[in-house]
Design a protein around this ligand. Structure first.
Ligand SMILES: Cc1ncc(COP(=O)(O)O)c(C=O)c1O
Length: 430
């Protein structure tokens, strides 16, 4: 078999097993995730922390392994076979990501390290170049720190005003308050498509339309949506979309910034150095075209190729089917957790407007104690503020417990979670 044939097998394997529109065959999916066959504390692992980072299928591991074994050399530099092969696969990964989110062209996909870096790129490049003292940035009370701190820092540094869309008692964005928050001074609006704590799915279109009507640009943080549901930047008409590869079956160290072409072209570079210039003389540099203008230095191209394989995998499953699977498991988890005496769901209880994240508190049990006790039963959940401290302040909570689901989770894992919660309660005499 040639290297290219091996590559095609590694990249295309997932396409073999899911007819479009069919429910996920979770048994078969699980067979692609070697880590899920492991035991933890003598128990079969029940991994319920994919909102933090997902596990990786063998197709992704093989795609990266294949590059290192068969086609590894620095991209964009060599005129020899390995470099040309690696560059072609890197470009192909960019095109796959563009197709995955409905971007008009691959040049509108900038690879970053993660969503956090993509948001910082926007704050540095767009924010520092286009915003003036007195301008306003509108975010929401439910943002992850990645979509909070860069704007706080920028506002302090540049004399901007940071405003917030409040949340309702049910944990949705209070869009009745949107028009009073949007003013002629609002230049940028940035919000999470899906909250990593409340799970709330926000319809981005009304916010984007109303922001555009007053001339503001809009960033959508797709970190918790792009991995879990169909996301189409054309339909949304957002100006920018960011997300991380590691939450969508891809490797760490690779993230995505999508932007409208004219905006990316007008923005100055973020980092400078090799690859992002078209020429450098003693009198100064000339910038490369987008997206390379924003990709200084040797990029994480093997990770990008891994992300391309993850996109192939998700495409083969079908994002509608991914969402339907998570809706079902979330509905079941919401029902089962709310039956536990002392448990309180945080965020919407309607699975139609909730992504695959179920956050809760348990009366007189600290979430960290709960998570540690659950680990004894091989059940991995998250405890803490989930990098959303302002939201927890707003909710009057210091910490919460969070179970999150993905394509490889089965309904009986929710039963295992519930059983482990009862055991933890008994151990703590609650
Ligand atoms: C909504 C949201 N935004 C941004 C991020 C930041 O992602 P990363 O740490 O991969 O940059 C996360 C991570 O949990 C998130 O959930």
């Amino acid at each position: 078999m040639t290297n290219d044939e091996r590559w095609a097998v590694a990249a295309g394997r997932a396409g073999a097993f899911n007819a479009k529109g069919a429910p996920l065959d979770v048994r078969r999916i699980r067979a692609d995730f070697p880590i899920l066959a492991q035991s933890v504390n003598g128990k079969r692992v029940v991994f319920l922390d994919s909102a933090a980072s997902s596990q990786k299928p063998i197709q992704v591991l093989q795609a990266m392994d294949e590059v290192y074994r068969c086609a590894y050399a620095n991209v964009h530099r060599g005129v020899y076979a390995f470099s040309e092969a690696a560059t072609a696969r890197y470009d192909e990964a960019r095109a796959k990501v563009a197709r995955f989110i409905g971007a008009p062209s691959a040049e509108q996909i900038v690879f970053t390290r993660n969503a956090t870096e993509a948001l910082n790129l926007l704050a540095y490049s767009y924010g520092r170049h286009f915003l003036r003292p007195g301008d306003e940035i509108l975010i929401t009370e439910l943002e992850h720190h990645a979509n909070f701190v860069p704007w706080q820092v920028l506002a302090q540094e540049r004399g901007l005003t940071l405003k917030f869309i409040p949340i309702t008692p049910e944990g949705q964005l209070d869009l009745q308050r949107l028009d009073e928050r949007l003013t002629p001074r609002t230049k940028l609006v940035s919000f999470a498509h899906v909250s990593n704590v409340l799970g709330t799915i926000t319809d981005p279109r009304p916010i984007i339309q109303r922001a555009h009507a007053i001339g503001a640009k809009v960033i959508v943080d797709g970190s918790q949506s792009a991995p879990h549901m169909p996301v189409n930047v054309g339909a949304m008409d957002c100006d920018f979309l960011v997300f991380s590869g590691h939450k969508m079956l891809g490797p760490t160290g690779i993230g995505v910034l999508y932007g409208k072409r004219e905006l990316l072209e007008a923005m100055p570079p973020f980092l400078t150095g090799g690859d992002m210039i078209s020429a450098v003389g003693f009198d100064g540099p000339r910038w490369n075209e987008v997206p390379l203008k924003f990709e200084a230095g040797t990029p994480a191209f093997v990770e990008a190729i891994g992300l391309g394989a993850a996109v192939d995998y998700l495409d083969a499953l079908g994002m509608e089917a991914v969402r339907a699977h998570e809706r079902e498991i979330t509905a079941y988890a919401l029902e089962r957790i709310s039956e536990v005496p002392g448990a309180k769901i945080v965020g919407p209880t309607d699975p139609e407007i909730r992504g695959g994240v179920v956050t809760f508190t348990l009366d007189r049990v600290h979430p960290h104690d709960l998570a540690s006790l659950l680990d004894r039963d091989g059940v991995a959940i998250r405890a803490g503020h989930h990098c959303a401290q302002p939201l927890h302040i707003r909710l009057g909570l210091s910490a919460t417990a969070r179970a999150s689901f993905y394509v490889y989770n089965e309904l009986h894992e929710v039963d295992a979670l519930i059983e482990a919660i009862y055991k933890a309660k008994a151990a703590l005499k609650r």
